[in-house]
Each structure stands twice: as C-alpha cells, then as structure tokens.
Design a protein around this ligand. Structure first.
Ligand SMILES: Cc1ncc(COP(=O)(O)O)c(C=O)c1O
Length: 458
C-alpha cells in the first residue's frame, strides 16, 4: 500500500510506471523523486530541493540541464521536417552533416556512420556488424564475442549479453550462448599483493589469450571494451593494459569494438577515450554526450575494412537489412550536430584538461578519509572505493548498507551520487567549473563524515 495522497504525482507514478534499476517493491513504499527542473549542473525536485548531479544524469548530460540553444534547434528541426528515415536511399541533411562531423573527429580513420537511438542499440548493431563482417569474408564460424567481467554495454539482448554483470543476466536466462567474459582489469581489487599495474596488465592479456586459445581463435570474432569502465565503477585501465590486449587481438585476428558511450566527447580529456588510452578500434559505439543527452541518439563508426565487406554483401545479397525507424532521426541528428558545435566553441577538450588537475587533486586527497580506500580518475570521470579496512581492502558488511547511508547523507547535502557496489562513480556535467568541483567534493566529504559518525555510533 502506498501512503501517498490519491492523485498525487507520486501515487500516479506508482500506479503506472516501471522504473529501471529500481527495487519495484521498495518503490511502492518510497515513491519517486520527481525531477522537475534543471539548470547548469543542478536539478530540482518537485518539493523545491536542489541537487548538484555528480553523475550528469546517467553520465550523459554533458552540458548540464536545460538548454535554450538546443531547444531552438530541436524546435526548428521539428517545424521543418520533424521526421524522416534513412531507409531505401532516403536521407536528411542533419544526418549527413552529423556523419561528416563524426568522421572528421574520429580517433582513428573511420569510413562510415550508422545512426541509432541508444547506446544499447549501438552495441547491438556493432555485434551484428562483427557477425556480418565475418560472414562476408567467408569465416562465419568467427561468431563468439568477448567482453570483460563487470563491463556494461547496454540492456538489449546482445548488448546485455556483452555486459559482464551477473545481476543483469540471472533472472533473464542470459547471456546468450557465444558471449564470453574475460578478467575485470581493476588493479586495486583484482591485483595480487605487490603486483605492479604493468604485471597485472600482462596477466589480464595472458588471460584473454588463454580464453581465445581455449575457445579456438577461429571461433572468436570480436572483443568489446570501454576505455574507462563506467558502470563497472569508473575503473581506469591499468598501465599498459590496452597495448597488451590489442596485441592479443591482433594475434588472433579478433575485431576490436571500443564502447565510447560514456568516454566519447571530452569525458577523459580528449574527444575520445580511445585517444587517452591508445585504442585502435575497428568499430566505435557512441551515444550519451553525442547530443548532450538532449535527444536520444547513438552512432556506430565503421572502419573501411568492415565497410568494404558490407559492400560485397550488397553485391551478393542486395539490401543491408538492418535498421531502426528512428535511425538518422533529423531532430536528434540536428541537436547532436549543434551539441558538437557547442563543444568546439567552448573548447571542450581544453576545458576538461584545465579542470582535470583540480578534480584529480580533490580525488587524491580523499583516501585520507577513514572510509576511502582509493580514489582516482582522468578527465572528469573518477571512481572512489569505500572500504571498511584500508589495510585488507575489505568492504563493509552488506547489512550496514554503507552506500545507502552515504547516499542519504549526500542527498541531505544536496548532492546526487552514483554508486556501483562499494564504489562511487563521479562524472559531473562537463560544464562544471573549478569552484563547483570544490563544492561537489566538499558536499561529498560532509556526507562521508556524517556516515562515519553514524557508523561509529553503531
Ligand atoms: C558504456 C556503456 N555502453 C552502453 C550503454 C547503454 O546505453 P543506453 O542506456 O543508451 O542504451 C551504457 C549506458 O550506461 C554505457 O554506460
């Protein structure tokens, strides 16, 4: 039974909506937080409380909340056309302009762009393209796809099968067969005592090599990785990791798909996380900050090697039979294009690089707090490890619900945090200022202090 007044938005929400990532039973009792307005890096709920959103929504509201300029672009795009598709040779100028722009800023030479509406769709599409490629070149048995444990690549049937989080699979009878997971490259958690990051990376690459050998390299088609693992807890790759991993992929002729859904468009201090960490992908999926999250849009960037194989399939089979009604949506494409213009005008890469030392300094001070075991980041993404014991790195007893306590105290401080297990993942809107970073971290420290006091009181 809900205790909200009948006909209140809260009661109507409970009566009608299913919320992702939400305990549905608990939701009936606690109800929704109705976010009604946003400005800059802050959002307000319907009771008038204002929060600094340390996660930019879901890692995506790169320009913050509310945007007059993008609203005008969307308005004009709806007035002029509103909708058309890209099927059967149809096109629209916004999609052409956007594709051209994306190819011009791609981290490695890319040949073509396939547009969709979400990160999950982009990764589902990329999975199909890997299969399409190997079919085209006469190696249809190269079908198995490998991602990392704790990776998140989406909730579609293929993208969630790539996802390496057991809770996303258990009750759905997933992952699909042929989706495999290799080691979680989280040095702080998974490293052996005294093991250097380089040695750890070698061990990670050896594990991938062994997995491919065991499965048979002739059956493995693609490998997925985010430059920085977002929903894995904002985990940075250990030193040398991608160099060693890519050597293994080359050795076995496995295609590399970079999931830039979080890292793309400035987040790591370059246009792409692939530039920050030296990735040479064959396919790139991107979304989120592509439109500053103001419109649902995603893209897969396709290398010439793969495009040439797609062309030969058209010669053999006719049409490329993959697509979505909203692929190349002219309103979403126009907003994305304008977003990229805004990034260029504000010098997004320089802006993030200028703020990075401020953000990293704040992070590096955090382990002095009794609850923080480790904190690191790059650009404007960072992960904080909450521990019960710094020496052993043990985490708190689940029954204490320490993340829940920190979350409550942070909300009291007007701060929205994103938790991944015992980790806090920061990805504030990229328009944040140095002063606001200081404010965000001061709110966090007060929430940590309040939690530590509460735990000490038992
Ligand atoms: C790295 C990564 N890939 C893919 C996705 C899925 O994107 P979407 O939720 O737009 O389907 C996400 C979402 O958080 C993500 O973080």
């Amino acid at each position: 039974m809900t205790h909200f007044a009948a006909n209140s938005p809260h009661a109507r929400d409970i009566a009608t909506l299913v919320h992702p990532g939400t305990n549905l039973r608990k939701h009936i009792e606690v109800g929704p937080t109705i976010v009604s307005r946003g400005e800059g890096i802050f959002v307000s709920d319907d009771s008038g409380r204002t929060f600094l959103d340390g996660g930019a929504g879901l890692w995506c509201a790169s320009l913050g909340f509310g945007n007059e300029r993008l609203a005008r672009v969307a308005y004009e795009a709806i007035r002029n056309l509103g909708y058309y598709h890209l099927y059967r040779h149809a096109s629209n100028e916004a999609s052409i302009d956007l594709a051209e722009k994306l190819l011009s800023i791609a981290p490695v030479p890319m040949s073509k762009v396939l547009l969709q509406s979400s990160g999950s769709e982009a990764n589902d599409t990329a999975a199909k393209l890997v299969w399409y490629y190997w079919n085209a070149v006469g190696k249809p048995e190269k079908r198995k796809l490998i991602a990392r444990r704790q990776a998140y690549h989406g909730s579609g049937i293929a993208s969630v099968s790539l996802t390496g989080k057991p809770e996303f699979h258990a009750a759905f009878g997933l992952p699909l067969p042929g989706f495999l997971h290799t080691e979680f490259p989280h040095h702080y958690r998974e490293g052996l005592p005294g093991e250097s990051e380089e040695a750890f990376s070698t061990r990670m690459a050896d594990a991938l090599d062994r997995l491919i050998e065991a499965e048979g390299p002739e059956t493995v088609g693609g490998f997925w990785a985010e430059p920085v693992m977002g929903a894995g807890g904002a985990v940075l790759p250990p030193k040398g990791y991608f160099e060693k991993i890519q050597a293994v992929l080359k050795k076995h002729d496995v295609l590399f798909v970079a999931d830039e859904v979080i890292c793309g468009f400035g987040r790591t201090g370059n246009w792409w996380g692939s530039q920050t960490f030296g990735l040479q992908p064959d396919l790139i999926s991107c979304a989120k900050a592509l439109s500053a999250a103001m419109q649902p849009i995603s893209a897969v960037l396709i290398s010439e090697r793969i495009y040439q194989a797609m062309l030969t399939q058209s010669d053999r089979l006719g049409a490329f039979v993959h697509g979505y009604t909203y692929a190349g949506h002219p309103v979403a494409a126009a907003v994305a294009l304008e977003t990229l213009k805004i990034y260029e005008e504000m010098g997004i890469v320089d802006h993030v690089r200028a703020l990075e030392p401020v953000f990293l300094k704040e992070l590096s001070d955090l382990p002095r707090h009794p609850l923080v075991g480790d904190a690191r980041g790059c650009g404007l993404i960072g992960g904080i490890e909450i521990v019960a014991d710094k020496e052993t790195r043990a985490i708190h007893d689940k029954a204490l619900d320490v993340p829940g306590r920190i979350d409550r105290h942070a909300r009291d401080q007007g701060l929205i945090l994103r938790f991944v297990g015992n980790r806090i993942a920061f990805s504030p809107p990229l328009v944040i200022t140095a002063e606001q970073i200081g404010d965000m971290m001061a709110r966090l420290r007060r929430a940590l202090d309040a939690t530590a006091d509460e735990l000490a009181r038992g």
